[in-house]
Design a protein. Structure first.
Length: 273
């Protein structure tokens, strides 16, 4: 068995400086899963996360299958990638806690299935343990359909969590359509209410997340302003992704970023188009 561990570390545990360490902290079955990951950086990341979160073999297999490393890595710079590889996922600011896309394959819902929001919400609650695994470290469930009474009118926030690392509430709205500006206005309303009426004095600002079938970073930017750091939108899907699919998503984001940069450089361009 020691020879297996040494072979494993020969493959994955070589740092940038070339140093090799040997600290087997996981079971044989978990290393058997890890050794199948071809990308050495991804392999080191999954090892860190398995140790940090005490994942079972099944949870480890699920996170590898959902391309967790690739989903987190796509928004990182070179320094962020190195930290991700050596330390695992670190949650220091709101965007660190948000995954995009969100993978809900554990619901066993066909991709083309048309679903009403209440049924999708019910399915997530029925599979809360799996949903918490997908959300990631630090999320604690608080409430479903949290009632907000304002001037005699009742409003209901779909799902409410508390993030134990960021020390703040997280309000999630579920939409079975493409993101709209009214969705963002709704989540902004909930975030403002939680900040003013529910959060304690020592809580950090509330995070708002809209889960939708298609998102638009430009929609978020121009609806909420460039200074927004608390409200996010994530696309969800009912099947495990492929690397090609993630690459397509990344290219879409890069196109939107370039468009916004061009508009900032040439504010008159929009008028002429």
């Amino acid at each position: 068995m020691r020879q297996f561990y040494l072979s494993y570390y020969d493959q994955i545990h070589q740092t940038v400086s070339g140093e090799l360490t040997f600290e087997p902290k996981l079971s044989w079955s978990k290393y058997c899963v890890l050794i199948q990951v071809k990308n050495k950086n991804a392999k080191a990341f999954y090892e860190c996360e398995t140790i940090n979160n005490n994942w079972s073999v099944r949870e480890l297999e699920r996170q590898i299958g959902s391309l967790l490393y690739e989903r987190l890595a796509k928004s990182k710079d070179k320094t962020g990638l190195m930290k991700l590889t050596l330390k695992g996922q670190e949650v220091e600011k709101p965007e660190d806690a948000i995954k995009d896309p969100m993978i809900l394959e554990f619901l066993n819902i066909p991709e083309a299935h048309q679903m009403v929001e209440s049924k999708l919400e019910e399915a997530l609650i029925s599979n809360l343990q799996h949903f918490l695994l997908e959300l990631g470290r630090g999320f604690a469930f608080v409430a479903r359909q949290k009632r907000i009474n304002l001037d005699g009118n009742n409003f209901y926030a779909d799902l409410v969590f508390y993030h134990t690392i960021l020390k703040c509430y997280v309000v999630i709205e579920i939409k079975t359509h493409k993101l709209t500006h009214s969705d963002l206005g709704q989540i902004q309303f909930y975030v403002n209410y939680f900040d003013q009426e529910i959060a304690a004095n020592d809580d950090n600002p509330t995070i708002g997340l809209v889960l939708c079938t298609e998102k638009s970073d430009a929609m978020v930017k121009y609806t909420l302003g460039s200074n927004n750091t608390q409200i996010f939108a994530s696309k969800y899907q009912f099947h495990l992704p492929t690397e090609d699919e993630l690459e397509i998503e990344l290219k879409k984001e890069l196109v939107e970023i370039r468009k916004r940069m061009n508009l900032l450089k040439n504010p008159q361009k929009k008028q002429h188009d």
